[in-house]
Design a protein around this ligand. Structure first.
Ligand SMILES: [Zn+2]
Length: 72
């Protein structure tokens, strides 16, 4: 089965980030590998992201949530 990829341009540094379409869901977060900005997806089609500030504590909780989703 072919995986659909989406391209996101980092608003902070212009880095092009490629994510799987099933990971590019509304409100999901990703980290720019170039400037380490945390980006939250605000629109799926066309895909749009916004840079957000997150406490390290909050980020840890998000990681746990994502792991649980993948297991189910
Ligand atoms: Zn960036």
């Amino acid at each position: 089965m072919e995986e659909i990829m989406k391209t996101i341009v980092c608003p902070e540094c212009g880095e092009i980030i490629t994510v799987a379409a099933d990971e590019a869901e509304l409100s999901s977060r990703l980290v720019c590998e170039n400037c380490y900005s945390i980006l939250e997806i605000t629109s799926e089609d066309p895909i749009e992201v916004t840079v957000i500030d997150v406490d390290p504590d909050e980020l840890d909780e998000d990681d746990f949530d994502e792991d649980e989703d993948e297991d189910e």
